[in-house]
Design a protein around this ligand. Structure first.
Ligand code: TPP
Ligand code: MG
Length: 658
């Protein structure tokens, strides 16, 4: 580092770039980067293990900017340290279409961004999964994995409900390599945080099992001391950094006016005076830039040492580590699944698809050690725990099953973190109706294009007695509406394992397996090597002749459709049945395949114990047998009768249209 460059100069480089970029874009959030510039400077300069030349180095420390609105902090640091080719021109393009510097940090879009942030609380909750991944991978691969996860979180991150779930999981699991720096500036958009919050957050973190303390976030010595202590802690650490939002702005500093708008020419000019930063916009003097670039090179020797360590490992360990980090599925998995499918076709078990899911996991989990399952306190209902997935405890992270507690949102966000960290394919589980409790994290997984394969059981009114609070109705439609989210609803044991296989193969998409509580008959009784479910829809019961009716159904309603086909046959009407285990995948198939599956029967009927939305793309204006309102408490067969979701109703609807 250039010896004559001071801490203030380095921190002010962040402040100046952040305010200049926001000013030029006439949009953005200068306050947070200007307030946290001192903390970030100490973290990056003195503590964070990273090498700007290789931002994806597996044993790097992870840095999560949970306060994603302060994205200019991250982009400034990338430019200053020379990470990912971030150029000064990119900073000048802040918030412009196609730029490397979008409004909030986006994973995959900008090199160095560890996770997409912006929806407050998500980065913090995701980081729990990253820290967990680190300790789990270390339990498996020893000294190859030894890094920390650092988070900058704002008041909003801590006020959001998901923070409660996240910090309680982290405290319980004693994720001591997780360090949260809270930008305790006491300001949010509406004004002082005291308008709406009087929580003692340090006490709250302590109550959740963290170490937590207050420091002055503008005193680099205090920041460094706190970070060093945190690295030695046997528990996760929260450092409450008292800062002034918009530090340097002459009139807006310390107020909500610094939060989220261009400061204006007078403020920017005044800040240049206050910060002793006389340089033109976007100009960082060579010596200061060089001091930062040296920070970017600081981790090179550590990275080289790590590479030598990896090389020194036995070839099979090294190969497995590299496979896991690359996200390649294990060799031989398809063969194992194929053999199992063959057996299922012969055995024809009549079980609920949640049980079929468990049976599939018994086959898949031993063959795919990267698969991590768990449940938000519904282990016995979701059936996602098998012998190969021993549970994780605060003392022992070598297991593969996570008891998340009743924390759906925290679970799904942490699953995102596990996937983002690398080395794992995480799977959370709960009831399908509670996808509403974690939708923001599901959405971020879809947006980021990461592989998480969740299991949501009790997928319809077919769950019966628990009634309408627990019976999903609009959930399938709403999940199908989410771009890049793949919702599977298998009809029997064979489809269930096929859906698992298809989900595991989608490296850039999250997926959901919606599984039943109630038993279903086996429909796929002839072995077919091809994964038919991976096509999204296929003819499961062909017509005996030229079809007058096509019946389309998913999951538990496929067997009902097959029963309706028989009723129609008794009336001399030829029908065929198409199973639609994944509408999202079906719509991605080639036109010719789609047309062949939809077919040209004059009547197309849809059956799904859920709302109609989405089905028109298959059945046009054909009749739909499903739900129009909320469910009803009762034995499931009676509930199906009550809502008229029966083979008779399907047959009658078809006959009425003929
Ligand atoms: C879930 C969610 N709700 C609302 C917002 C809009 N929003 C962005 S920042 C912010 C709060 C700003 O306060 P703070 O988190 O303290 O950030 P600071 O102003 O201190 O930078 C809000 C409400 C959001 N990004 N995410
Ligand atoms: Mg704030």
């Amino acid at each position: 580092m250039a010896a004559n460059v001071t801490h203030d100069q380095m921190a002010n480089a962040i402040r100046a770039l952040s305010m200049d970029a926001v000013e030029k874009a006439n949009s953005g959030h200068p306050g947070m980067p200007m307030g946290m510039a001192d903390v970030a400077t100490v973290l990056f300069r003195d503590v964070l293990k990273f090498d700007a030349a290789d931002p994806a180095w597996p044993d790097r420390d992870r840095f999560v900017l949970s306060a994603g609105h302060g994205s200019m902090l991250l982009y400034s640091l990338f430019y200053l340290t020379g990470t990912g080719g971030m150029a000064i021109e990119d900073l000048k393009q802040f918030r412009q279409v196609g730029s490397k510097t979008p409004g909030h940090p986006e994973y995959r879009h900008t090199i160095g961004v560890e996770t997409t942030t912006g929806p407050l609380g998500q980065g913090l909750a995701t980081s729990i999964g990253m820290a967990l991944a680190e300790t789990m991978l270390a339990a498996e691969f020893g000294d190859l994995v030894d890094h920390h996860t650092f988070v900058i979180a704002s008041d909003g991150d801590l006020e959001e409900g998901v923070s409660h779930e996240a910090i309680s999981i982290a405290g319980h699991l004693r994720l001591n390599k997780l360090i949260v720096l809270w930008d305790n500036n006491s300001i949010s958009i509406d004004g002082k945080t005291s308008l709406a919050d009087s929580v003692d957050h340090v006490a709250r973190f302590k109550a959740a099992g963290w170490r937590a303390a207050h420091i002055d976030g503008h005193d680099p010595k205090q920041v460094l001391r706190a970070l060093r202590a945190a690295k030695r802690s046997d528990r996760p650490t929260m450092i409450a950094c008292k800062t002034t939002i918009g530090f340097g702005l002459p009139t807006k500093a310390g107020t909500n006016k610094a939060h989220g708008e261009a400061p204006g020419a007078a403020e920017v000019a005044g800040a240049r005076v206050n910060l002793h930063w006389p340089y033109e916009p976007f100009v960082v003097p060579d010596d200061i830039l060089e001091a930062w670039r040296a920070v970017g090179r600081r981790g090179k020797s550590k990275r080289n040492r790590w590479r030598r360590l990896l090389k020194s490992k036995p070839p099979e360990i090294r190969a497995e580590f590299e496979r896991r980090l690359a996200g390649e599925l294990p060799k031989g998995l398809d063969e194992v699944i194929d053999a199992y499918k063959r057996k299922l076709a012969a055995d024809a078990p009549e079980i609920a698809t949640r049980k079929a899911g468990e049976a599939a996991l018994k086959v898949i989990a031993p063959a795919a050690p990267e698969l991590i399952t768990g449940s938000a306190d519904l282990t016995g209902s979701n059936n996602t725990k098998v012998e190969a997935t021993r549970e994780i405890t605060p003392e022992d992270k070598s297991g593969r099953y996570i008891h998340w507690g009743i924390r759906e949102h925290g679970m799904i966000a942490a699953c995102n973190g596990l996937a983002l960290h690398g080395g794992f394919i995480p799977s959370g589980a709960s009831f399908l109706v509670f996808t509403d409790y974690c939708r923001p994290s599901l959405r971020l997984a879809a947006l980021m294009g990461i592989r998480v394969c969740h299991v949501f059981t009790h997928d319809s009114i077919g769950l019966g007695e628990d009634g309408p609070t627990h019976q999903p109705v609009e959930h399938l439609a709403s999940l199908r509406a989410m771009p890049n989210m793949f919702t599977f609803r298998p009809a029997d044991s064979v489809e269930t394992v096929e859906c698992w296989q298809a989900a595991l193969k989608m490296r850039r998409s999250p997926s959901i397996l919606a599984l039943t509580r109630q038993n279903l008959p086996a429909l796929r009784r002839t072995h077919v090597a091809e994964n038919l479910s991976a096509r999204g829809a296929y003819e499961i019961s062909p017509a005996a002749g030229k079809a007058a009716v096509s019946i389309f159904a998913s999951g538990s309603e496929v067997s009902l459709a097959v029963a309706a086909q028989k009723l129609l046959a008794e009336k001399g009407v030829v029908a065929r049945v198409v199973s639609v285990p994944c509408m999202d995948l079906f719509f991605e198939q080639k036109e010719a395949y789609r047309q062949s599956v939809i077919g040209d029967a004059p009547v197309k009927v849809g059956v799904e114990a859920a709302v109609r939305q989405g089905w028109d793309a298959i059945i046009g204006d054909g009749p739909f047998i499903g739900m129009k309102g909320f469910g009803e408490s009762g034995p499931y067969k009676a509930v199906y009768e009550h809502f008229g979701i029966t083979p008779q109703a399907v047959a009658e609807a078809a006959l009425a249209r003929l």
